[in-house]
Design a protein around this ligand. Structure first.
Ligand code: SF4
Length: 401
């Protein structure tokens, strides 16, 4: 394996010439190929900081250096670097924030953990927090404790920071934003990526994965204004992805407060997803809320269909996230949209693609029933192994409602 210093690889990648999507040239130059190999080697040997990896990934993405064999930077990361897609986008997001803070304040956060503490806040607020942190550290080492302390003071009202939705870390197929007024879950699914994320995630505010209510976040929709939609998912907000907001253990008061907040923000479309579909039927949903039920296995199908028959909502969707076995739908009555995804790596559970025949079966059933379907961007068994190669991200336009 060719080797190179982190700096030289980083420099070459950073100066890669951007290539537009319309370019027909998918072949890399020998230099580009060599530097990608060096980068791959350095990543595998753990020789790069989060910043170097993230910056290089941004350069690879912008220069489309993944193009010889991969459809996206995410796919390149999975195949070549053994980095899952969500981690890839997490790194690029962290570097974007670090660069912005460095350019504005003159001091860049050196640790990814420090950047992640700032992610729940809007850029203007990240800058205010970081400015205060840098001032208080007075040239000494910045610590997570110091950052948390500044954030605590600010959110306690000593300064006025606006709490907002959080930009989805990676290109989620259904929403550009996430909002976690309730976090945590007691269900214990072994593939739960949320539980893994919750550990040191600022959005759980020190509660880990224990169910918690964050009432201060109810102000987020007010601080967001109107959605400025650049993608079809620009006005969509995934509610409480770091838990199950409709778990039986969640008090009615928490749920009611969130529902009323969503009702008062009609410009936004909120997606509420649960593994407890029966509870969907106990709530009067505002028009701007789509309700979803997770169906990872066959056993969840009937409770979901029964609940969907009883619940009134603008859109009712089934999310096979992840699809873990062959699922047969006796009917699609009441189902407005079906979403299929792979399993993300979490804990000791590895990334896992569903068998193609499971996906093909569901696609066929949905098509016959006229139910729109979307597939996650990470679902590699589709369309590569399917009959619809070249269709892009979606089978039908459910997401364009
Ligand atoms: S229901 Fe969702 S949040 Fe709860 S443990 Fe299972 S995957 Fe995680």
């Amino acid at each position: 394996m060719t080797t190179g210093t982190a700096q030289s690889v980083f420099d070459v990648l950073a100066h890669a010439t951007p290539i537009g999507p319309s370019s027909g040239d998918h072949l890399l130059t020998p230099d580009e190929r060599r530097v990608l190999l060096q980068f791959e080697d350095l990543v595998h040997r753990g020789r790069l900081s989060y910043y170097e990896v993230g910056r290089a990934l941004i350069a690879i993405r912008d220069g489309r250096l993944y193009r010889e064999g991969y459809r996206s930077i995410g796919e390149f990361c999975v195949e070549r670097l053994a980095i899952c897609q969500s981690r890839c986008y997490q790194l690029m997001t962290a570097v974007g924030v670090a660069d912005q803070l460095g350019a504005t304040i003159g001091v860049r956060p050196t640790k990814e953990a420090h950047v992640r503490l700032l992610l729940p806040y809007a850029l203007v607020d990240q800058i205010a927090i970081w400015r205060e942190v840098v001032a208080r550290s007075a040239g000494t080492k910045v610590t997570g404790t110091l950052i948390r302390g500044v954030i605590r003071e600010i959110t306690a009202g000593h300064c006025s920071l606006a709490i907002r939705f959080v930009q989805a870390e990676h290109r989620m197929s259904c929403a550009d934003w996430t909002w976690n007024p309730v976090t945590g879950c007691l269900r214990g699914c072994d593939y739960c990526a949320a539980r893994q994320l919750a550990g040191d995630c600022p959005e759980t505010a020190g509660h880990g994965f224990v169910p918690a209510f964050h009432p201060e976040r109810l102000s987020a929709p007010r601080h967001m204004g109107e959605p400025t939609t650049r993608s079809t998912a620009g006005g969509r907000v995934l509610v409480s992805p770091l838990g199950d907001i409709l778990g039986d253990w969640v008090p009615d008061e928490w749920v009611n407060a969130v529902v009323e907040t969503m009702r008062e923000a009609p410009a936004w479309t909120f997606l509420v997803q649960t593994k407890n579909p029966a509870r969907l039927t106990t709530i009067t949903w505002p028009e701007n809320v789509w309700v979803g039920a997770t169906v990872d296995r066959q056993v969840r199908v009937i409770p979901t269909l029964e609940a969907f028959c009883a619940v009134l909502a603008t859109v009712k969707y089934i999310a096979c996230t992840p699809l873990l076995e062959l699922v047969t739908m006796p009917s699609f009555t009441g189902v407005d949209w079906l979403h299929i995804s792979e399993q993300y790596a979490a804990g000791i559970v590895p990334d896992r693609q569903p068998a193609w025949r499971w996906v093909a079966s569901l696609l066929g059933q949905a098509e016959e029933a006229g139910c729109p379907v979307s597939c996650s961007w990470g679902l590699h068994v589709w369309p590569m192994q399917g009959p619809m190669t070249g269709c892009g991200g979606y089978v039908k336009g459910a997401m364009n409602r």
